[in-house]
Design a protein around this ligand. Structure first.
Ligand code: SF4
Length: 415
């Protein structure tokens, strides 16, 4: 427990430091220097209703604004093509990407016409799992559908204001069952360690999931930014991170017979697409309002101001509002975090990629995690041990909380 607290505190501080980049007026998108595989992340920030615990970049859906937004998003895609970028995969996240399915289809068709796209992953919510929507998504070439379920417990669903929007746990499970077989991969996003969630409630979630045999389950620890912590506290109670380990152990134990970990918190049956594009792709472009991209060693973020985002693109300008060019050590640390989140890391490959000796640059981190039993050597790679898997859950949780705090900060500038 002491080691976990130490990891949590250090990760919290380091992530906050690394994500400290001041938004400015306008920045440029880094130019492509080589032809490595890259992913195109498209953000659709609209939701029919907002959930109180959510720290993502999302706003209440208004049809006209959303249509103008999708048009701007398509302009942005074309501008990346004009810069010389090529992408092999698309991830559409939100918000709720399926909020206007005709606009989503137009957008994906445009991207497929410009880039050699091989896989498309789209997020959605349980109320959008209708026959017509699923058929359209399949026709658009979506390979992987990721459904935000969070929990099947009706009590928690009511408290987090999802019950009236998406139905009871039983109804959601029935919709998932009908969705199976439509796509190469059906992923279900779950959350563990809600305040007041008991081990019995988690067991109930796991019973339903293992009974459904979905292709992939992603079990996120509850991650709240500083701003949503207050709202969560009022609605559900204080988040107790110390309970996380026991719950995570329960999840890995219950899923181990039918699933293999593809990341520290994503569990897959057989050969299916991985959930986290940050593991699969060394670089990704972030398109859409508030999107964060990582290209050529630079992290950048688009403006969170939706009208400003649309205006920039109508004027033919990239809507980048913050950018940080990372040092070699920062790039190595980023790869260390992301690759090991995907369970294994090849230090020789990393040395080659960055043109430096990764063993020397990462000596403190590798030594620390080996001495605490989190890492071991396997076939010239370093891999996470079962203990290390939970360490990485903590590190990634802190990473995403820092990202959420950065989003809060950016949003505060336009309020
Ligand atoms: S949890 Fe999903 S549906 Fe709820 S507000 Fe956040 S992005 Fe929207």
């Amino acid at each position: 427990m002491l080691v976990e607290k130490l990891i949590c505190n250090v990760a919290r501080k380091k992530n906050a430091d690394y994500l400290r980049f001041r938004p400015g007026e306008s920045y440029d998108v880094p130019r492509p220097r080589d032809a490595i595989p890259r992913l195109l992340y498209l953000h659709v920030p609209f939701c029919e209703e907002l959930c109180p615990y959510c720290s993502f970049n999302r706003v209440v859906f208004r049809e006209q604004v959303a249509r103008d937004y999708f048009r701007a998003l398509r302009k942005e895609i074309s501008m990346y093509g004009d810069l010389g970028y090529s992408f092999n995969a698309i991830y559409v996240g939100g918000g709720t990407p399926t909020v206007l399915i005709d606009e989503l289809a137009q957008t994906l068709n445009l991207a497929k016409g410009i880039f050699p796209i091989r896989e498309i992953s789209v997020e959605t919510n349980p109320n959008h799992l209708t026959g017509p929507n699923l058929a359209q998504l399949r026709d658009m070439g979506v390979n992987r559908l990721s459904v935000g379920v969070q929990t099947f417990d009706d009590g928690i669903l009511r408290t987090v204001e999802r019950f009236h929007k998406y139905g009871s746990g039983e109804e959601i499970a029935a919709r998932l069952k009908e969705t199976m077989g439509y796509f190469d991969t059906l992923n279900v996003d779950m959350i563990f360690n809600f305040p007041r969630q008991t081990m019995a409630m988690l067991e109930h979630d796991l019973d339903i999931l293992t009974g459904l045999h979905v292709d992939q389950v992603t079990f996120y620890p509850l991650m709240v930014s500083t701003s949503t912590e207050r709202i969560m506290g009022k609605k559900l109670g204080k988040v107790d991170y110390d309970r996380g380990r026991g719950m995570y152990m329960k999840i890995t134990d219950r899923l181990k017979d039918a699933y293999v970990p593809s990341t520290a918190w994503c569990f897959s049956r057989g050969d299916v697409m991985i959930d986290e594009y940050v593991v699969n792709y060394d670089e990704y472009a972030g398109l859409g309002s508030g999107s964060i991209g990582y290209l050529g060693g630079s992290v950048y973020s688009n403006t969170f101001d939706i009208p400003a985002y649309i205006e920039h693109l109508n004027n033919g300008q990239f809507p980048v509002a913050a950018r940080k060019d990372c040092s070699t050590r920062e790039r190595l640390l980023y790869d260390f975090l992301m690759k090991l989140f995907g369970i294994s890391l090849d230090l020789d490959e990393l040395s080659q990629k960055h043109g430096v000796n990764a063993y020397i640059y990462l000596l403190p981190e590798v030594t620390f995690f080996r001495s605490t039993g989190g890492l071991m050597k396997k076939d010239n790679k370093i891999v996470l041990t079962p203990k290390g898997q939970y360490y990485w859950v903590i590190m990634m949780r802190e990473f995403f909380i820092a990202v959420n705090n950065f989003r809060d900060y950016c949003r505060s500038l336009i309020d």
